[in-house]
Write a protein that binds this ligand. Structure first.
Ligand SMILES: [Fe+2]
Length: 199
């Protein structure tokens, strides 16, 4: 997400004189200000090998980015859906959002438990998520059902890949956590997709 750099500009005044606003220093941006150094671990008595924890933290930060992305997409659908099925879909999309918020928290806190830094800002998540971008101009229930089911399916796939990765790294706790997330997102995919089925 590119931030506009603030510069001094001159604003016209009623008396014809000009007023110069004070230039604001540009905010620091990536990469210097963002913690990308996941190899820096906090000390913990957790007995998973350090090299395992470094790999798990990196992979879980990827899943964290995707879960944050998914959460914003649920709200986008919740706010903007229109049409005869409005009230049902408006409430459904918020129910999905609520559970996805829980997945975000589970993944982030697992990262921290392993001595890592949960990189959970929108800025950090941007560009790291593998989910498709949510189209901004959708309106009908069918359009939002199609877009959100795409997002849920993509996240479900990412969660399943994550389970395999955690199993390979022999981190049963993280594999179990992602299994819980995967089971939940599969349920919500069913709830959303059912609106496209049965006709
Ligand atoms: Fe709301």
């Amino acid at each position: 997400m590119a931030r506009a750099t603030r510069t001094a500009r001159t604003a016209p005044r009623k008396d014809g004189r000009s007023r110069t606003t004070v230039a604001q220093p540009p905010r620091p941006t990536a990469p210097e200000s963002r913690s990308r150094d996941v190899s820096r671990l906090y000390a913990t008595k957790n007995d998973l090998a350090e090299e395992t924890r470094v790999e798990v933290i990196t992979l879980l930060n990827q899943r964290l980015a995707e879960s944050i992305d998914l959460q914003t997409q649920c709200k986008q659908a919740h706010w903007n859906v229109k049409g005869p099925a409005f009230i049902g879909l408006h409430k459904l999309f918020d129910d999905v959002n609520e559970d996805v918020e829980g997945y975000v928290d589970l993944i982030a806190e697992r990262i921290v438990q392993l001595g890592g830094i949960a990189e959970g800002t929108v800025g950090a998540a941007e560009g790291r998520s593998s989910l498709p971008d949510y189209p901004l101009a959708l309106s009908t229930g069918a359009e939002h059902v199609a877009a959100l089911s795409d997002a849920l399916a993509a996240f479900g796939r990412a969660a399943r890949i994550g389970i395999e990765e955690m199993n390979e790294l022999k981190d049963a706790g993280s594999a179990d956590l992602l299994t819980e997330v995967s089971r939940g997102v599969d349920k919500w995919l069913w709830f959303v997709e059912a609106h496209q089925q049965g006709s």
